[in-house]
Design a protein around this ligand. Sequence first.
Ligand SMILES: Cc1cc2nc3c(=O)[nH]c(=O)nc-3n(C[C@H](O)[C@H](O)[C@H](O)COP(=O)(O)OP(=O)(O)OC[C@H]3O[C@@H](n4cnc5c(N)ncnc54)[C@H](O)[C@@H]3O)c2cc1C
Length: 461
Amino acid sequence: MLMKNNIISELKKTLTPQNVLTEQAERYAYAQDAANLPRIKGLPDAVVFVENIEQVQSVVRLANKYKTPIICRGAGTNVVGACSTDHGGIVLNFSKMNKILEISPENMTARVQPGVIVGELQKEVEELGLYYPPDPSNLAVSTIGGSIAQSSGGARTFKYGSTKDYVIDLLVVTADGKLLRTGASTIKNATGYNLNTLFVGSEGTLGIVVEATLKLIPKPETVRVIMAYFDTVREAVETVNTIIEQKIYPSTLDFMDKNAIQTVERFYPAGLLCDKEAALIIEVDGVEQAVDVQQKVILDILEKCGASKIQYSHNEEEYHKIWTARRSSMGACAKLKPNVTTDDVIVPRKNLEALVLGIRKICAKYNLDVCMVGHVGDGSVHPQIPIDYSDKDEYRRFKLAKNEIYELTARLDGILSGEHGIGSVKREHIAKVVNTEALNCMRTIKKVFDPNNILNPYKIF
Ligand SMILES: Cc1cc2nc3c(=O)[nH]c(=O)nc-3n(C[C@H](O)[C@H](O)[C@H](O)COP(=O)(O)OP(=O)(O)OC[C@H]3O[C@@H](n4cnc5c(N)ncnc54)[C@H](O)[C@@H]3O)c2cc1C
């Protein structure tokens, strides 16, 4: 207790008192994230708002001195408990470090603070004819720091890759308060180990990102989205493979199953066809003429593959209507029961059909509802399961189903997370897909960067 009081009074001296929250209600608000866990295991001791790199370094040095955990927080929208404060500690809130420091059209890079909102960066660069493709569905709120730490993806990963492909340089505060630069402002870098990739996806367990330089690309001249409906899930999945086999390269190849379509339409009506078993949302982009050609080829494939209804956007309003419907699926699903969970298992595309049908079967076996969406071009599926945690039997069935879904994913040569991360929620399952040698290697890396285990401890493994 004395130690806690000491650290809190030192924090208030280091930062301004209004940037240090210690009331129980305040600490409670920061104990959880969008993983929506059934039980809060521990409250943070304090929540601090940092405004510059020096403050981050001071707070980390204090945490190291008192061997207190530090849990970074962007918007708190990760869905794997990566921000949960089970072991107490200091929550480092980045909402006041939210400036775009530089956009360089010449270098095609952006230098940003970690609290910048992904969607806001996209808007700013697009005004200059540039493009930052990583697009987690909640890009209106999620931050660059959080998306780097989770290696976030999104619908456009199929064509453009995910966050890891756009990070060229980071400034990172290490566990002992030093400032580490991981890369350079250049587009290529073969100068020693690639430290960028080590920090991307590390979930705040190896270091704290205080600045990021991101690669940009030219903004595609035109985008068009096609929504195709199918009478069977099998036909929809087979169509994905056919499109890819034809060497067409859409920017997105997304999927919604009947439950997802019906649930979105019930809560956020968008004119979706509720009698269909599945839908694909296919976006093509590029110069106008190329988009016309791609659209025509895709429409031919869709017809041959048995699409029973095809809609496509003729203008921006229709384009946004389709994407808003797809992006609302988790919000809509959350209205079915008091709680909702999502996941992001991923398999090589040739095993996609087995994964989708297998997840449906497992959920039916345990009498659970499931709305399935996914970035199926990548082989990634998001089974969203509405649940009432106060129903103990439902929670027991849910846990059994999750275990079987992960076992199925492992059997299909897949991996537990394509873009959401592991956090505290999936750590007990990681050994199903990552071998002992690799896990030992990760533990060794963790010890090198964080010998006192203060950076987001007990996450990932
Ligand atoms: C409705 C919904 C839809 C979603 N759709 C997608 C999707 O399509 N694709 C996808 O990939 N994800 C998706 N997600 C997950 C979420 O968008 C990502 O995990 C996300 O980008 C997290 O950003 P955040 O700012 O909320 O980070 P937070 O949740 O606050 O933090 C995530 C992790 O980053 C760490 N962290 C935060 N800032 C820093 C920093 N500066 N330095 C070091 N570590 C840091 C935290 O400690 C934590 O471990 C979705 C989530 C929701 C709720």
